[in-house]
Write a protein that binds this ligand. Sequence first.
Ligand code: FAD
Ligand code: NAD
Length: 408
Amino acid sequence: MITLRKPKIVIVGAGYGGLMTTVRLQKLLGVNEAEIVLINKNDYHYETTWLHEASAGTLHHDKVRYDIRNVVDRSKVEFIQDTVVEINKEEKKVILENDQVNYDYLVIALGGEPETFGIKGLKEYAFGITNVNSSRQLREHIEYQFATYNMEEEKNDNRLSIVVGGAGFTGIEFLGELTNRIPELCQEYDVDFQKVKITCVEAAPTVLPGFDPELVSYAVSQLERRGVEFLIGTAIKEATPEGIFVGKGDEEPYEIKAGTVVWAAGVRGNAIIEKSGFEAMRGRVKVQPDLRVPGFDDVFIIGDSSLVINEEINRPYPPTAQIAMQQGEVVAKNITALVRNKAELENFTFDNKGTVCSLGEDDAIGVVFGKKVTGSKAAFMKKVVDNRALYMIGGTSLVLKKGKLNFF
Ligand code: FAD
Ligand code: NAD
């Protein structure tokens, strides 16, 4: 009797794209049809889209993560906790820190990394909002600065100076949380609120470049009212242990002293992509419409490490959780088709449901289904969006466990 080996599907990365692929595959495929392996660095998934809250300390980091094993069907999916070191696409192998795993079909969903553009000192002296570890470290660092301020005989006001590099969505959402947290920190550590200085440095001529100007102006005035100073058209040129150097164009950079520098000025694809020899632009692979890698029919790349062109404007879509999850759904269908020897694969088209940018617990701006929203209405929508992501992956029980249910 001949027993045919089941095809082995390996998914690396259990973020939005990877988990979505996994939970869809476990529904679509029978146990006898394929072997499914999910590999992730940690045994938990974190909501990257909530990291600005954990970073500012307005939400505990345990609230932004959950155990991967709670959402995967362990009778169908083998979960391996390990770190991907490289992908050997010629030998169809994923090299891990502690092992190696062969695949027939591979889904790379390793997310992105901060793009530092080679700016001096950023890697060493700036904090990122990238994962649970970095968010926890940033929150602790800010708190340490406040806690230390009154311990020193000669007060160092720079401890209370916080610079945020980049006024994209990450920078603005972090500022929204931070400005809500600062009054609490001032009270907790007996610090005069007037001594705290928050500066946001943005290289482009506007905050949230490309977003609706009326909403941008609402966000800026709300954050300025809460004490943020915006330096627009000004780029961070260097980070040092004492702060940053900034400048407009070619003008001589000047220093802003700061005890905390946060770098939130963009993302690139995961370093594993380039290390593994994939042709990439800033670590992102321009995938085919069916989300496979050109030249590698058994490899799919989704999420922040993939690049999909918005044909309407001939520019890449900004990497978002919304896209990563929609890609995960399509990849699950396409792998199912391949396993079942169907020739036709589905092409990915992005269905943009809108964007909501939080400005803290009770405030936000957004465009939802083509309509502009601000204030508490937009903040309500943000919670709906956050809960929807949980529901799509773990259903009602995950929403009840981890959801944002404090609507009013
Ligand atoms: P991720 O969700 O980042 O997951 C990557 C996974 O891979 C992680 O589990 C990680 O641990 C794992 N991993 C990484 N490297 C390795 C390795 N070497 N080995 C093993 N595992 C590894 N997008 C929106 O659509 N809406 C929003 O409101 C929104 N808000 C955001 C707020 C913030 C503060 C930030 C930073 C981003 C936000 N985004 C938002 C963008 C969104 O979070 C990303 O686009 C999305 O997380 C990308 O999903 P992904 O699946 O590619 O990667
Ligand atoms: P981004 O690329 O959207 O914004 C980075 C900002 O940093 C840009 O405005 C850029 O001009 C600025 N910048 C670059 N170099 C600089 C320098 N040297 N000095 C000062 N400013 C500089 O990156 P992001 O905000 O990290 O977002 C990453 C992705 O995640 C985006 O696709 C974004 O849409 C998505 N995101 C979405 C949400 C949401 O939907 N609510 C929230 C956060 C992030």
